[in-house]
Ligand binder design. Structure first.
Ligand code: AR6
Length: 168
């Protein structure tokens, strides 16, 4: 299964994958961080589609087109705010599980995740990385899917955390 998982340090908006995951907010109408970068790179058609989605609850995930991105689709999910939301670990796992299930059910072959909730939403990076890797591994083993999953880090500290987990 480890051959299906990879770690890179990159700007997720540049990746040529079937789907990138967006760490969005409840409105799904854009924001800062990776959300802002994805909306800027996708162009204004993305927010138009997002208007029709009716927002998104914490832990849920919703799919749109990728528009001007190299990725065909964007899967928007809303991570927990670490110091505010109840059961943040469960909600963060829901983000990874629900996003990955959308991709698997669509028959997508490649998906890339950012480090959801670890920026503005304050989730400690090491705890979040454990949840990301263990949840993705569980979904792959439960479903038997051969989808390739990239953990797209935006700094070398996160990259090192994920490399250690994947090599463990
Ligand atoms: N490519 C990959 N990763 C990135 C990029 C990028 N271009 N830009 C930032 N990151 P954050 P959150 C990393 O704050 O904590 C938004 O305003 C970043 O270094 O984007 O889930 C939303 O609208 C960090 O590791 O998302 C919400 O209001 C990770 O992406 C709120 O922020 C997540 O940081 C969501 O907060």
């Amino acid at each position: 299964m480890n051959s299906q998982l990879q770690v890179i340090c990159a700007d997720i908006t540049k990746l040529h994958v079937d789907a990138i995951v967006n760490a969005a907010n409840h409105t799904l109408l854009g924001g800062g961080g990776v959300d802002g970068a994805i909306h800027r790179a996708a162009g204004p058609e993305l927010v138009k589609e997002c208007y029709g989605l009716g927002g998104c609850r914490t832990g849920e995930a919703k799919l749109t087109g990728g528009y001007q991105l190299p990725a065909k689709y964007v899967i928007h999910t809303v991570g927990p705010i670490y110091y505010e939301d109840e059961h943040p670990a469960e909600r963060l796992a829901d983000c990874y599980r629900n996003s990955l299930m959308i991709a698997i059910n669509r028959g997508l072959k490649t998906i890339a995740f950012p480090c959801i909730s670890t920026g503005m939403y304050g989730y400690p990076a090491d705890e979040a990385a454990h949840i990301a890797v263990s949840t993705v591994r569980s979904v792959l083993s439960e479903t038997g899917s051969n989808i390739c999953v990239t953990f797209c880090c935006f700094g070398t500290r996160d990259e090192a955390l994920y490399r250690a987990l994947l090599n463990a």
